[in-house]
Design a protein around this ligand. Structure first.
Ligand SMILES: [Zn+2]
Ligand SMILES: [Zn+2]
Length: 331
């Protein structure tokens, strides 16, 4: 079965960070960090519904303007999630343009600022010249987005004194219906199967009765959830992606990343430096390729991809990935 998440970096590893996660069959996509994304086709960028920003260094956010420009005349809401200060950052950025010809444009940007215990949300509507709307608050316990197909979790890392968010994007368990068993039991296809999936996801008790329309009869029959689960349903583990941006291998960061990214299928980690420049990495709040490899290994990640290499290694373009791979597979 094709995985739900189709992650790929939009730029080569020496380019700006931007991890695009297409959602198979949904026609939508998520984006982790928005460096320069101007070389990506507009039809792909327009699928993005949610943007997760680690921190607001220019190489991680400069692409937001490009996304806004593409979306400006469209009737849609783009959601942006970022660290403390992201609302002030977006307010200032949007004030930097003149909005006298866009009053009829319905586009809206919802900015979610992730604090320690709360998430503050402000809507910036194009028709209001992108002035920030009233603040809404909701409690925050580590989960940023809860979607019917997936959830997004975050932990706050320290990137040389500023917050840098790491993200875990986690598909819910997949609930598949065995079509052969459906025929064998003489049960019809239809919307009741979605109800069944929803009840399983909501962890309803096995004794819950599920109504099933009966062909040729106005009266539905009903069966117990537990019985249907046993006979009809196959539950498989969903996939997970971790995105670790600029931060560095401090003990506190490593502890948080290991908690967040344990057991992920795809581990994307910045690795600006080679191990021989570990001092520079530590001073600037970055990982070495070796540290990224060891970290992915400690998280029992299945696959590692490193990115955000310093231009100083452009003459050794394969070296950072090689160093990371060696540490990841060591021992
Ligand atoms: Zn950076
Ligand atoms: Zn940075």
């Amino acid at each position: 079965m094709t995985p739900l998440f189709q992650p790929r970096l939009l730029n080569p590893p020496f380019g700006d960070p931007a991890l695009y996660i297409g959602l198979q069959g949904e026609g939508t996509a998520l984006l982790c960090d928005a460096g320069d994304i101007s070389r990506t086709a507009a039809r792909l960028l327009l699928k993005i519904s949610d943007v997760f920003i680690s921190h607001t260094h220019i190489d991680h956010v400069i692409g937001i303007d490009h996304l806004l420009r593409l979306n400006l005349a469209r009737d849609r809401v783009l959601r942006l999630y970022g660290p403390p200060g992201i609302i002030a950052n977006m307010t200032g950025r949007l004030r930097g343009y003149t909005w006298n010809l866009t009053d009829t444009y319905p586009f809206k940007l919802d900015v979610h600022e992730i604090g320690t215990r709360t998430i503050s949300v402000r809507r910036f509507a194009c028709s209001e010249k992108f002035k920030p709307g009233p603040e809404q608050r909701r409690p925050f316990n580590g989960t940023v987005v809860e979607h019917p197909l997936y959830r997004v979790l975050t932990r706050r890392l320290n990137h040389n004194g500023i917050a840098s968010l790491a993200f875990r994007i986690e598909e819910h368990n997949r609930i598949n219906i065995n079509k052969d068993a459906l025929g064998r039991l003489g049960l019809p296809k239809g919307p009741w199967l979605q109800t069944l999936k929803n009840k399983i996801r909501a962890q309803c008790p096995d004794g819950t009765l599920i109504e099933i329309p009966a062909a040729g009869s106005p009266r539905p029959r009903s069966m117990r959830l537990g019985e249907l689960k046993q006979q009809l349903v196959h539950i498989s583990r969903g996939e997970t992606v971790a995105y670790i941006s600029d931060s560095g291998a401090t003990p506190a960061n490593l502890k948080k990343i290991k908690e967040l990214a344990v057991g992920v299928d795809r581990f994307f980690c910045e690795a600006a430096f080679l191990e021989r420049d570990a001092v520079k990495a530590r001073r600037s709040g970055h990982f070495t390729a070796r540290q990224a490899g060891l970290l992915a290994r400690a998280c029992s990640a299945k696959k590692l991809t490193v990115f955000h290499f310093s231009p100083r290694y452009e003459r050794l373009p394969d070296e950072p990935a090689r160093e990371a791979r060696e540490a990841f597979h060591a021992g």
